[in-house]
Ligand binder design. Structure first.
Ligand SMILES: NC(=O)C1=CN([C@@H]2O[C@H](COP(=O)(O)OP(=O)(O)OC[C@H]3O[C@@H](n4cnc5c(N)ncnc54)[C@H](O)[C@@H]3O)[C@@H](O)[C@H]2O)C=CC1
Ligand SMILES: Nc1nc(O)c(N)c(N[C@@H]2O[C@H](COP(=O)(O)O)[C@@H](O)[C@H]2O)n1
Length: 217
């Protein structure tokens, strides 16, 4: 058993979630409200190290009423500086890392109440992350990127729903919604997407697409 996983992001029309400089503020206020409603409905939010470092996000519920979910950072080498907001006391934070993590950083975070899982291997197995969270009572997870982390979960068929807001911008290069080794053809994906709904955002300029993800095998 594992939690239900929503992958939520805002992209440009050329499929980028960030520009080549890391700029990623794409969503309008209505879309941010939608994002925060999803945050309020889940038990945990997962982000990768680059998102934590580049954006320094709070990952809290602010634009709607609701409880802050647990924040989960996947950071194989524990590169995230201790000064990041994700390590403040506004919500519980859990880190999944590997033997590459510096010991002094681990101890400092543990002192602050951050739960650290040091997993075997060179990278963190996303299935292990979900299994561990499930055992802690987490039933719904919001995967908030970035591209590499989205790949880690999606390529292993560990996403159930994708909620994508397409915004009226073009970056030309930057970080794609999913950043990994890639698939050669549409046949090669281990999953299939089914369009569930299309909604024009209240701002009139953004389109919210919902896809259900099913595993082929
Ligand atoms: N527009 C949007 O909706 C969003 C945009 N972003 C943007 O995405 C960009 C970051 O995306 P990426 O560079 O693709 O990085 P990322 O945020 O996915 O982080 C990748 C890093 O996380 C760690 N990591 C992830 N999975 C791991 C695993 N299985 N094992 C070990 N370590 C693992 C590694 O350190 C890896 O280098 C940022 O610029 C951010 O602003 C992020 C979220 C949403
Ligand atoms: N859905 C969505 N739309 C955007 O335009 C975004 N830039 C993001 N980014 C995600 O939100 C995090 C920032 O969260 P806080 O406002 O600091 O709580 C950022 O790190 C991405 O995960 N998402």
């Amino acid at each position: 058993m594992r939690p239900y996983v929503y992958l939520v992001a805002a992209t440009t029309i050329d499929g980028r979630i960030a520009s080549y400089t890391g700029y990623s503020r794409l969503s309008c206020p209505y879309d941010l409200k939608r994002l925060h409603s999803i945050r309020a409905s889940v038990d945990a939010i997962i982000v990768g190290a680059n998102t934590a470092i580049v954006d320094n996000p709070r990952l809290t519920v602010r634009y709607v009423e609701g409880k802050n979910p647990m924040r989960v950072l996947i950071d194989g080498a524990l590169r995230a500086p201790l000064t990041l907001r994700i390590f403040d006391s506004s919500a519980p934070t859990v880190v999944f890392t590997t033997h590459k993590a510096p010991q002094d950083k681990i101890h400092e975070l543990q002192k602050r109440g951050v739960k650290i899982y040091i997993t075997e291997g060179e990278t963190v197995d996303p299935a292990y992350v979900l299994d561990t969270l499930y055992k802690q009572g987490v039933r719904k997870v919001l995967l908030e990127g970035g591209g590499r982390t989205n790949w880690e979960f999606l390529s292993k068929c560990l996403v159930d729903e994708i909620i994508l807001t397409v915004t009226p911008y073009v970056f030309g290069r930057g970080v794609s919604l999913v950043e990994g080794a890639g698939f050669a053809t549409t046949e090669d994906t281990p999953f299939a997407l089914t369009l569930h709904s299309i909604k024009l955002c209240e701002c009139g300029q953004e389109v919210v697409l919902k896809y259900h993800v099913s595993c082929k095998h």
